[in-house]
Design a protein around this ligand. Structure first.
Ligand code: NAD
Length: 496
């Protein structure tokens, strides 16, 4: 067992303790006896220092040419690439997901750094004809100022990267608070950005919990925008706190994603997609497939195959290459999942597989739960409506393609959906009708790529998007510019 890393906040280019001296532990969810790292438990005093540092760095960073900003991001991408396996292993220790997945998480940061470095030489605005002769019309992007970022624990490096990198290329400075369960991966990302040449104060990291450090960032008047990813409950609270000052706000929140399996779909493919969509990252993805709506003609066959595969899943420490599903993140998550299994049973759903926490020998010190399948789930049941965020999938029978679409849409969330069908017409109709920000055909609800917009509708998001060029819209302001080169007084000027 490695000894714990002693980590600090990063403020104005220096690694510093919380002013109060308080700390908290970052423990391994697969083995609670292992302390992975110790972090400062920051409060509003530390946040104020970080915001002041970011505000002081902003005027210079804003005027640094975007291609120069891009060079730093490019170097960071190269550095991340070199350290990928090491970073992935540390992430598995703090977050629990298997190594293949943590490598993927680091890869997203690498991809985003290269992509945003490319944007340093694009960041296109518009030039457009003017209504008047000898007049030039164009639009260009301006940075917002200090961006406050609050991130969840399930993609500990990817999500901070999805926020920090587009914000930086647009010329903003940053104060980020990573989730208290997984601050180490964000710490590494910030360290690597600093080593790649980021000037002092441009990115500041403040570790701590939501009620203290998170809240202090949200309400600080020096923070011009908040980018939040987390639960819809906390997102609503953050929105309320931003509302009085009309603070710009980007929200990415919960999901209740659906895979629809039609009678003409390739069943092997659908079972495979359902398995990884539902149980990848132990079901702790915002895009996890927690509902599978299956046409009654293939319902029994689909369930048989799915349950067989689920029972064979190997649950254990994500560092073991044989493991296919790691632990839940913490005790609260384990309790929540156990509670929802009881709710499902009480609602009359049929528990086909799993349903229990694992406490035998290799699992005794961690938060392990069996991969769980409920059948005969009715669309209105709580297990089919509420985000469980664990390895529990509800299989819902349906009579038709139209019914599948209706069931699929009938939740408060709108992040990701998918359909398995060989009928191209159905695939396109479903693409048009599903009220989600992400949609897949013959693939599970997971697997977003960083160069397309990512985000959700309804209670998943508030209309902004991360990733792709769309992220630039989230982290910049449009300015429209008109240049009159006729040298003549125009009507409006004469009148005024
Ligand atoms: P959470 O809402 O509990 O916490 C998210 C972050 O908010 C953490 O950093 C936390 O410290 C902070 N926070 C808590 N209270 C706060 C407050 N009062 N003020 C400011 N910040 C506060 O969510 P979580 O458990 O970390 O993550 C799981 C949730 O995140 C799930 O609902 C999941 O669907 C969602 N998620 C969404 C996306 C997406 O892109 N839509 C991606 C990943 C996770």
């Amino acid at each position: 067992m490695n000894s714990p890393k002693i980590c600090k906040n990063f403020i104005e280019g220096e690694w510093v303790d919380a002013v109060s001296g308080a700390v908290f532990e970052d423990r391994n969810p697969a083995d609670q006896s292992e302390i992975v790292a110790v972090f400062p438990r920051s409060d509003s005093t530390d946040v104020t220092h970080a915001v002041e540092a970011a505000a002081a760095a902003f005027p210079r960073w804003r005027l640094t040419p975007a291609p120069r900003r891009a060079e730093i991001l490019f170097h960071a991408a190269q550095h991340l690439e070199k350290l990928k396996d090491e970073l992935a292993a540390e992430m598995t220790r703090e977050m629990g997901k298997i190594l293949d997945e943590t490598r993927g998480d680091v890869q997203e940061a690498i991809d985003m750094a290269y992509f945003m470095a490319g944007e340093g030489r694009r960041m296109y605005g518009q030039t457009t004809p003017s209504e008047l002769p000898s007049k030039f019309a164009m639009s260009l992007r301006s940075p917002l100022g200090v961006c406050g970022m609050i991130t969840p624990w399930n993609f500990p490096m990817a999500i901070p990267a999805w926020k920090i990198l587009p914000a930086l290329i647009c010329g903003n400075t940053v104060v980020i608070k990573p989730a208290e369960d997984t601050p180490l991966s964000c710490y590494h990302l910030v360290r690597i950005l600093a080593e790649a040449g980021l000037p002092r104060g441009v990115v500041n990291l403040v570790a701590g919990n939501g009620a203290q450090a998170g809240e202090a960032i949200v309400v600080h008047p020096g923070v011009k925008m908040i980018s939040f990813t987390g639960s819809s409950e906390v997102g609503r609270h953050v929105a309320e706190r931003c509302a009085p000052e009309f603070k710009r706000l980007h929200l990415e929140m919960g999901g209740k994603n659906v895979i629809m399996v039609m009678e003409d779909g390739n069943l092997d493919l659908a079972v495979d997609g359902a398995l990884w969509g539902a149980f990848g990252t132990t079901g702790q993805r915002c895009t996890a497939a927690s509902r599978i709506v299956v046409h009654k003609e293939v319902y029994v066959e689909f369930l048989e195959h799915l349950v067989e595969r689920v029972r064979a899943l190997r649950v254990g420490d994500g560092l073991d290459p044989a493991t296919q599903m790691g632990p839940l993140i913490n005790r609260d998550a384990l309790d929540k999942v156990s509670r929802y299994v009881q709710i499902g049973i009480q609602e009359g759903a049929r528990l086909l597989s799993g349903g229990h926490a694992l406490s035998d020998s290799p699992h005794a010190n961690g938060f392990f739960f069996e991969p769980t399948v409920f059948a005969n789930v009715q669309p209105g049941m709580r297990i089919a409506q509420e985000e469980i965020f664990g390895p529990v999938v509800s299989v819902i029978p349906c009579d038709s393609f139209e019914a599948a679409i209706e069931i699929g849409n009938n939740v408060r969330y709108g992040l990701s959906a998918s359909i398995y069908t060989q009928d191209v017409n159905r695939a396109f109709v479903a693409m048009r009708e599903m009220e989600t920000g992400v949609f897949y055909v013959n693939a599970p609800t997971i697997g977003a790529e960083i160069h397309l917009p990512f985000g959700g509708t309804k209670q998943t998001g508030n209309g902004h998007r991360e990733a792709g060029v769309a992220a630039l819209d989230t982290f910049s302001e449009w300015k429209s510019v008109y240049v009159d080169y006729s040298g003549r007084l125009q009507r409006a000027q004469i009148d005024s």
